[in-house]
Design a protein around this ligand. Structure first.
Ligand code: DLL
Length: 431
């Protein structure tokens, strides 16, 4: 087993709690002293830095939400003078809210260490050729994994996203061994590599895939097609970027870098902190960030934490694959539907993970359609066989979701591919 920072990654729970206590006390003093926005929020709750004396006092602190970030945009949560910061990263703003995060050089070093831990946990070392096709620029995926790869000392290919033919050519020519991109782009690369008959020219042995929800079924499909071991990686711009948590050889969830981020699970409605093993909304507190520390930030990601012993030897708490975001959850005819549930059914029924969920409203009732791409073999079927397939898929989706979508099977390669995060849902009800 190899680790990037073994002493910390395998520390005892008592040691982790001691570090978290020391760092939360310092962080609370830092934000109270330097950020008027925090001071106001804490004063409104009647909390002073002197009330925070251990990690157990965390729940006394107020939560922070995306609305706070919006309100404080752009500089309202900055905890240091601009001259001390060296970088900005930002979210894509697909939900209409642009979030900017600031970093000092030390913040970047720590973030890159977190990504290096992820790479080493996926078996990476200085022997590797790491092919990074997450987007570079404001998106954190490219810069984060790039920095982590440098720290590990691997040969780094800063490909960024797009130009699939060039990606594959570099992969073949330079012998890329570790691929970093979104799982949906990995699936597209796999499809293209197979179509071009290049499977035997590819030397990939590990993939570090994240930035969007993906199912276990999709993992197995990508692993089979690209002949590699696929590791999940999680993070969000507000908290740093990729590397907040990462998967190890056990592939049963992602270790959270607890020396930098404290995780809690809360009931999204009552805000009550839930015990280990309960499903709820993930909340993060950063405890080493200098420029943009966030305290009790509500991620909207729904997931579960566990401290079950891990065969890799790491002791950091593990988070399950997020099953979706509370704000991604669709409510269709009163029923909660997560795109990930639909993906699971499709993959189990042998379809590729290329689908589109289209929701609308007619006569005061929600309309719900799932368009699914067929494989080339399925497309060669007769119309009768295709119609039978649609009915079978409808029955499986109804069993999973409790409501019936209209199922439309479409020709291969007709649903637009994404180079970054996949677009799975078109909700026309909002317009
Ligand atoms: O997606 C950071 C990242 C880049 C993570 C590359 C992993 C790899 P944002 O664009 O701010 O940051 O989006 C953050 O994406 O709150 C989750 O909802 C979702 N997300 C990120 N990783 C995963 C994952 C980057 N492994 C939001 N599984 C988060 C499921 C994920 N969802």
């Amino acid at each position: 087993m190899s680790y990037y920072q073994q002493e910390m990654e395998c520390a005892s729970l008592a040691a982790i709690k001691a570090i978290q206590t020391e760092r939360i006390i310092k962080t609370v003093k830092h934000v109270y002293g330097n950020v008027a926005y925090y001071r106001k929020k804490m004063n409104e709750k009647g909390i002073k830095p002197s009330d925070i004396n251990s990690i157990d006092d965390l729940s006394k602190l107020p939560f922070l939400s995306k609305d706070d970030l919006r309100e404080a945009y752009p500089y309202g949560l900055l905890a240091l003078p601009l001259k001390d910061t060296v970088r900005i990263q930002s979210t894509s703003g697909t939900t209409g809210t642009r979030v900017v995060a600031f970093y000092t050089q030390n913040d970047i070093d720590i973030w890159e260490d977190c990504c290096a831990r992820a790479i080493v946990a996926a078996g990476g070392s200085s022997e590797d050729v790491i092919h990074v096709c997450y987007g570079y620029g404001l998106f954190t995926g490219g810069p984060g994994l790039n920095g982590g790869s440098h720290k590990v000392g691997a040969l780094t290919l800063p490909m960024s996203s797009g130009n699939t033919d060039r990606q594959i050519q570099f992969m073949c020519d330079l012998g890329s061994t570790i691929l970093c991109c979104t799982p949906s782009y990995a699936a597209f690369l796999a499809e293209t590599i197979i179509n071009q008959g290049l499977q035997d020219k590819i030397k990939l042995r590990a993939g570090i895939f994240g930035a969007e929800a993906w199912s276990e079924e999709m993992r197995r499909d990508i692993e089979k097609k690209l002949r590699l071991k696929a590791y999940d990686i999680y993070g969000l711009t507000e908290i740093a970027g990729p590397g907040v948590s990462f998967e190890c050889s056990e592939q049963t969830g992602m270790h959270i870098n607890e020396d930098h981020f404290i995780a809690e699970i809360i009931d999204p409605n009552t805000e009550e902190v839930l015990p280990e093993g309960a499903k709820g909304e993930l909340v993060f507190t950063s405890i080493t960030k200098e420029a943009f520390p966030l305290i009790r930030y509500r991620t909207r990601d729904i997931c579960v934490l566990t401290r079950k012993e891990c065969s890799c030897g790491r002791t950091f708490v593990k988070m399950a694959k997020p099953m979706g975001r509370s704000d991604d959850m669709l409510i269709i005819r009163g029923v909660n539907v997560f795109p990930s549930q639909i993906e699971t059914v499709l993959m189990n029924c042998g379809y590729p993970a290329n689908y589109l969920i289209i929701v609308g409203r007619e006569n005061y009732t929600d309309t719900f359609e799932v368009q699914v791409e067929m494989t080339p073999e399925m497309f060669a079927d007769t119309i009768k066989q295709i119609s039978n397939r649609e009915n079978e898929l409808l029955a499986s989706l109804r069993a999973m979701l409790g409501i019936s979508p209209k199922v439309t099977l479409v020709a291969p390669m007709t649903i637009a591919r994404s180079e970054g995060k996949a677009v799975r849902v078109i909700d026309n009800r909002k317009i």
